[in-house]
Design a protein around this ligand. Structure first.
Ligand SMILES: [Zn+2]
Ligand SMILES: [Zn+2]
Length: 460
């Protein structure tokens, strides 16, 4: 059954792989590491350092070497469509798009999972007996390539060189090259990137509480109550099972071509906020300053939306000061301590959840001392450090964010202080192999100029 009308309903694109992904990925990366080989990479859109941006990485399946130029054209089609749609059109500057060119021996996808057809990721229709469910049977190979070649990826999208209609969600958003492919890709990214449900009835097995699917049916309790009556948002019961509701009758998570409904857009923007920091660079880099010169320039570079909804507020000694990304302070004859503070928050109309916006208010603080009594410890800059999983057995993934992208050294020491692993680099994600080290407690330390931070880590 190939759907040719553009308004056709989506069928069965369940997301089933999301939560266990990182754990599975790192274990498999470990065991099949030796198979890794680098593939050529094309940059489709590059807006800034991968550590600051959301990195959407495309992979190809069912393209023979001679077809890889077509693959790049197919990626461009999806990319152009992606940035025509809200919220991605508004957050364009937040995204890098990269295409890894993986050639296959055979062209196209399998019709059935048991077919003999040698593509790199083994993509097949009729997955779980559902005709349009197009899934990569060897998705571990995609994890391996991503961790090897672009570990900072935030979302992976697999383009399968087959004209038949199909796709799937899960950690690896998958689409064919059917004429509706750019729309299918966006719908699947809705599943994969923001954890959205289908707004058509996909079947009992896929019914779950999601941002756009609920069993809280009253107007007071419904998950999307902040949006009721705005742009046709309501509580619409699924005809097939009236204990579940969707927020809209005409959302991209239900049918091809309309935009994402307000509820789905809010979830997408929340995810964008969770992955980014609107402060991408600032000066001075140190939080405590000696005022030796006649003036000090405070400058912040923001990751802006278009139209720009960032709201910036500066304060000098708690008094609001009208400025956007620069403030010049002249020497204070009174020689008092000065506190400079800047906060930024994205006030986008696309998010109505006040708790969410509150948790994404970012600030910078500087203190100017008129004498030179400041010790060097005052100059340390905070870094955020996460380890996952913790405890870990094969790999531990360390996420490190410093606002300035300065060089750091990441070290793993045991409790006696013995160095067991060391790597140098910048902000970002590090995958540290811990399979060979003895079980026990360790300390992950990150150090660099003005940076010092550590977290405990347990090897199982
Ligand atoms: Zn779907
Ligand atoms: Zn929706």
């Amino acid at each position: 059954m190939v759907t040719t009308t553009l308004t056709a309903k989506f069928r069965n694109c369940p997301c089933r792989l999301t939560t266990s992904f990182v754990l599975v990925a790192i274990c498999i990366t470990c065991t099949v590491h030796s198979l890794c080989q680098p593939f050529p990479v094309d940059t489709i859109i590059w807006t800034g350092p991968a550590s600051d941006r959301i990195n959407l990485v495309f992979l190809s399946d069912g393209y023979q070497s001679s077809e890889l130029e077509q693959y790049i054209q197919d990626v461009h089609q999806v990319a152009d469509h992606f940035f025509r749609q809200s919220p991605f059109s508004i957050y364009r500057q937040y995204f890098n798009l990269i295409a890894i060119k993986v050639p296959s021996k055979a062209s196209g996808a399998k019709t059935n999972p048991s077919d003999e057809h040698d593509t790199y990721f083994g993509s097949t229709f009729n997955y779980s007996g559902i005709e349009r469910l197009l899934v990569a049977q060897k998705s571990f190979a995609a994890q391996e390539i991503l961790f090897e070649q672009f570990p900072l990826f935030d979302q992976a999208v697999l383009i399968v060189n087959d004209q038949r209609y199909g796709g799937s969600g899960g950690w690896l958003a998958t689409t064919s090259v059917h004429e509706s492919a750019p729309e299918i890709a966006l719908h699947e990214i809705g599943h994969s990137f923001a954890g959205l449900a289908d707004e058509y009835w996909a079947g009992e097995q896929f019914a779950a509480e999601k941002p756009n699917m609920t069993q809280s049916l009253s107007r007071e309790k419904v998950t999307w109550r902040n949006w009721l009556d705005y742009a046709d948002v309501g509580v619409y019961l699924h005809e097939e099972n009236q204990t579940w509701a969707r927020p809209h009758q005409n959302c991209k998570m239900r049918v091809l071509n309309p935009e994402f409904c307000s509820v789905c857009q809010e979830s997408l923007v929340k995810r964008i906020h969770d992955l980014t920091n609107p402060i991408i660079h600032y000066q001075p880099a140190t939080a405590t300053l000696d005022q030796q010169n006649d003036s000090i320039v405070f400058k912040v570079d923001f990751l802006e939306t278009n139209p720009n909804s960032l709201q910036v507020q500066w304060y000098v000694n708690q008094i609001p000061y009208d400025s956007y990304n620069e403030l010049v302070l002249y020497k204070d004859p009174a020689e008092v301590i000065l506190q400079i503070n800047m906060t930024v928050v994205d006030t986008t109309y696309l998010v109505r959840d006040p708790a969410h916006l509150g948790s994404h208010t970012y600030s910078l603080n500087w203190e100017i001392k008129s004498d030179s009594t400041t010790g060097s410890d005052d100059h340390l800059v905070n870094v955020r450090l996460f380890a996952f999983p913790n405890p870990a057995s094969d790999w531990v993934r360390i996420e490190l964010s410093t606002i300035q992208n300065q060089p750091i050294i990441l070290m793993l020491r045991d409790m006696s202080g013995k160095l067991v692993y060391q790597i140098s680099g910048y902000s970002g994600i590090y995958l540290i192999p811990v399979g060979q080290i003895p079980a026990g407690s360790y300390l992950v330390t990150v150090s660099g100029h003005q940076v010092l931070s550590s977290i405990p880590f347990i090897k199982q």
